[in-house]
Design a protein around this ligand. Structure first.
Ligand code: ATP
Ligand code: MG
Length: 425
């Protein structure tokens, strides 16, 4: 009896061997850059108590209102699959007393892993997606905001996508200046209520700053005349923002100030930023973040300034692929492919093991499964290896091995087994 084949959950993708080299290439570049700035990895669970995200992200956000994967477990607790990393990171730091005493008040952390949001799947928007995030605790000045932007700018350069992404920055001020602005904005939006899209109308009372985020062209047109937060900005935030801009200027990091840039999450204040590309359609934000000085306290810790960002790995992988900047050689699964011709299996194993011992950085694939010389040769070629080694009974008798160059016009030759390592290295 035929059964229906099983399928993955909608919006949750498999990562296939043909794609994983690009992810590994990307992830290793990111980790290299993060480590070169002295950031350290932290790992926390995928499941947390629902309350953490309700308090940490804010009730009146898209994420908490409609995107979370929440369920009651067998013990009766309401748990949620993390939709982002910042709240979990704060929880982990607090619980493990990483922000406890003067000696470790400053933390520069990074994390990576899957995040879950129940959204409408489309290009660059998934239900299980992956982020690399960075959070810094204990530093309140604009210098650390600037460092995060320098670090991401360097990363784009390392990846070869710096021409395709642009930096937008804004400041959201202190909670007080935001409250003042909120009043002015709500008054303005109420005057234009009927000209706004439905979502925006709903947001006026609940989360008016999010209206600035609307993608609706008619709403956008109304917003052209809306008051901006700059008119209500407090002195301290203004100075913070000016200093940040002057560091970026001095370090030649181009940016535009976008007064409509507000982050979706409640806890941001002062600096916010996004790196945006025009090459991926509507899902153009590849990295987003900002300052969240109130969050640690909100989650029960001592007042501790924080700033961070998260990049969407899927979107960056799409961009790398679109721009064709991924090196060809990452797709090879081997550097050396060993063919086994005739009754020499044990000796072939010994040769392969010897190479792996002496040259551990080489990827050595030994042919398993038998087959004709021709079919083995095809597999060698497909593996992407530069060199095929051929061990047959004749070779064995003479204590040699044949070396065939798969990507170069060089004649095949034999070498003594005890000289093989020299050739390969
Ligand atoms: P968007 O406006 O695109 O919904 P967001 O403001 O909800 O983004 P953040 O919570 O700031 O996104 O997450 C940081 C980054 O993670 C985004 O800039 C994006 O690159 C990526 N990201 C967010 N949601 C998704 C998703 N559903 N699928 C793929 N990537 C995502
Ligand atoms: Mg979103």
């Amino acid at each position: 009896m035929a059964t229906t084949p099983l399928q993955a959950v909608k919006g949750m993708n498999d990562l296939l061997p043909s794609e994983s080299p690009v992810w590994q290439f990307f992830e290793s570049k990111v980790v290299e850059v993060l480590h070169s700035y002295g950031y350290q990895e932290i790992r926390f669970p995928i499941l947390e108590k629902t309350e953490l995200f309700q308090r940490g992200i804010g009730e009146v956000t898209d994420i908490v209102e409609k995107e979370m994967y929440t369920f009651v477990d067998k013990g009766g607790d309401s748990l949620t699959m993390r939709p982002e990393g910042t709240a979990s990171c704060v929880r982990a730091c607090e619980e493990n007393r990483l922000l406890f005493d003067r000696a470790n008040l400053v933390q520069k952390l990074w994390y990576t892993g899957p995040m879950f949001r129940h959204e409408r799947p489309q290009k660059g928007r998934l239900r299980q997606f992956h982020q690399i995030g960075v959070e810094v605790f204990g530093l309140q000045g604009p210098d650390i905001d600037a460092e995060l932007l320098l670090m991401t700018a360097r990363l784009w350069q390392e990846l070869g996508i710096d021409d395709a992404v642009a930096l937008q920055i804004n400041t959201l001020g202190t909670p007080q200046s935001r409250a003042d602005y909120r009043q002015a904005l709500v008054a303005f939006l109420n005057q234009h209520r009927t000209e706004l899209d439905e979502d925006s109308q709903r947001r006026i009372d609940r989360n008016p700053l999010r209206v600035l985020d609307s993608k609706d062209p008619k709403t956008q047109a109304v917003l052209d005349n809306a008051p901006t937060l700059f008119d209500h900005l407090d002195e301290e935030s203004r100075e913070h923002f000016d200093q940040l801009k002057s560091i970026l200027d001095a370090m030649n990091i181009p940016y535009t100030v976008n007064p409509r840039l507000v982050r979706g999450l409640d806890y941001y204040g002062k600096t916010v930023f996004e790196w945006v590309t025009t090459q991926l359609g509507a899902q153009g934000t590849v990295c987003a973040g900002g300052r969240y000085d109130g969050l640690v306290e909100e989650l029960g810790g001592k007042p501790t300034p924080g700033v961070g960002f998260a990049m969407g790995i899927e979107r960056l992988i799409l961009l790398l692929t679109e721009l064709n900047v991924v090196p060809e050689d990452i797709f090879a699964s081997a550097d050396v492919y060993l063919l086994v011709a005739g009754d020499v299996l044990n000796d072939a194993f010994a040769v392969a093991e010897q190479i792996r011992s002496d040259l551990p950085y080489l990827r050595v694939q030994m042919h398993c499964g038998g087959g004709s010389f021709k079919s083995q040769m095809k597999k060698a070629d497909k593996s992407g290896a530069d060199i095929a080694l051929i061990l047959g009974e004749d070779e064995l008798k003479e204590g040699v091995i044949s070396v065939k160059y798969l990507r170069e016009e060089k004649p095949q030759h034999t070498v003594k087994l005890n000289e093989l390592i020299n050739i390969l290295s």
